[in-house]
Ligand binder design. Structure first.
Ligand SMILES: Cc1cc2nc3c(=O)[nH]c(=O)nc-3n(C[C@H](O)[C@H](O)[C@H](O)COP(=O)(O)O)c2cc1C
Length: 211
C-alpha cells in the first residue's frame, strides 16, 4: 500500500511539475482513485524522529523541493529559500538541544527581500510566515509520499534560535529560518495521531451547529 501511495503521489508531483502553460493540469480529483491516494498520504503522515543510516537520493530531495515551492503564497511572491544540509557536522551544529541521527535537513527560510508588493507600493505584512509554513507542510507530505520520514523542528519566531540557525547557515539578514526539517528513511513506525475533533468545528458562526 505504502509503495502504491509513493508511486501515485510521485506521478502526481512530477506530472504537475511538467505541466506546460495552457495545458490542462492533472489533479488528484481527476485521477481514477478520486483523490484517495493524496488524502491517504495526508492522513498517514506523522512525525518521524529516528532514521536509518541511509542517505536520501537527490531525486527525492528534488521532489520535496518542488512540492514545497508548489505551496500557495500571498500575491504569488514566493518569499522563500531552502537550504539543503547533508554535511554531518552542520547537522550536528543545527541539532541544538535535540540531537538527531537524521542524514538530511532542509532549513525552510523566509526571504524578506521578496515581500515587496508587485506594484512597488511597500512591503506585504508578515504573510511570508504563512507562505513558508505552507511550503514546510508540502515538504513533509512529499517526504512521506516517497517513503521518507520527517519532522518539523521550530525555529521562527524564537529569535535566539533564528540567530543560532542563521549563524550556522551563514544566512544574510533577509533570510530568516522558519523551520529545520529533519529527513531520512524511518527507523520507527509510530501510529499517526488522530487529531480530528468535532468540537473544533463550527458552522456559519462560532459555536454554530450543522443545519
Ligand atoms: C511549528 C512546529 C514546531 C515543531 N517543533 C518541533 C521540535 O522542535 N521538535 C520536535 O521533535 N517536533 C517538533 N514539531 C513536531 C510536533 O511535535 C508534531 O507535529 C506534533 O506532535 C504532532 O505530531 P505529528 O506530526 O506526528 O502529527 C513541531 C511542529 C510544528 C508545527
Amino acid at each position: 500500500m505504502k509503495k502504491l501511495l509513493f508511486a501515485m503521489t510521485t506521478v502526481l508531483l512530477m506530472g504537475s511539475c511538467s505541466t506546460q502553460p495552457g495545458e490542462k493540469q492533472e489533479t488528484a480529483a481527476n485521477t481514477t482513485d478520486n483523490g484517495q491516494a493524496a488524502i491517504e498520504n495526508i492522513m498517514t503522515r506523522t512525525s518521524i524522529r529516528q532514521y536509518k543510516d541511509q542517505p536520501v537520493e537527490q531525486e527525492k530531495i528534488d521532489i520535496m523541493l518542488k512540492a514545497a515551492m508548489a505551496a500557495p503564497t500571498a500575491v504569488n511572491l514566493q518569499p522563500w529559500h531552502f537550504i539543503v544540509i547533508n554535511d554531518k557536522n552542520t547537522i550536528k551544529l543545527l541539532s541544538g538541544q535535540q540531537p538527531t541521527n537524521a542524514p538530511l535537513m532542509i532549513a525552510v527560510c523566509g526571504d524578506t527581500d521578496k515581500t515587496t508588493m508587485p506594484d512597488g507600493k511597500g512591503k506585504l505584512p508578515d504573510f511570508w510566515v504563512q507562505d513558508v509554513s505552507a511550503a514546510t507542510e508540502n515538504l513533509l507530505l512529499a517526504a512521506h509520499a516517497q517513503g521518507l520520514g520527517a519532522v518539523w523542528t521550530g525555529v521562527y519566531p524564537v529569535m535566539e534560535r533564528v540567530a543560532e540557525v542563521a549563524n550556522v547557515l551563514n544566512c544574510p539578514n533577509n533570510i530568516i529560518p522558519l523551520a529545520v526539517v529533519r529527513i531520512g528513511y524511518p527507523d520507527e513506525s509510530p501510529e499517526p495521531k488522530d487529531k480530528f475533533k468535532q468540537e473544533n468545528i463550527s458552522y456559519n458562526k462560532f459555536g454554530g451547529k450543522m443545519e
